[in-house]
Unconditional design. Structure first.
Length: 95
């Protein structure tokens, strides 16, 4: 499955620039504006992974439900990170 098949307007596609390191705890924190103050379910995927492919439709359904919720203060968001194109970030996250 090509990486482009994982792209969906209802799922926030995460990039390394959306994370910051807390110097005190040495932990990564998401700083993407769409996720601030919200619980974010993140799918970490590799395009060739059959499990990732099987999970994609469920993730899109979740994204449609939570990321387009009429209540703009809805507490949940759905996002994903392509581990094949972001190996350094994946390693930092322990994936």
């Amino acid at each position: 499955m090509e990486n482009s098949l994982f792209k969906d307007e209802h799922i926030i596609e995460l990039q390394p620039s959306m994370f910051k390191v807390n110097n005190k705890t040495k932990r990564l924190h998401l700083r993407e504006p769409k996720t601030l103050g919200r619980i974010t379910l993140v799918k970490f995927y590799i395009p060739g992974c059959i499990h990732c492919q099987n999970m994609h439709e469920a993730m899109v359904d979740l994204g449609k439900t939570v990321n387009t919720h009429p209540n703009k203060n809805h507490p949940f968001r759905a996002a994903q990170l392509d581990c094949s194109t972001n190996p350094e970030l994946s390693n930092m996250l322990g994936i």
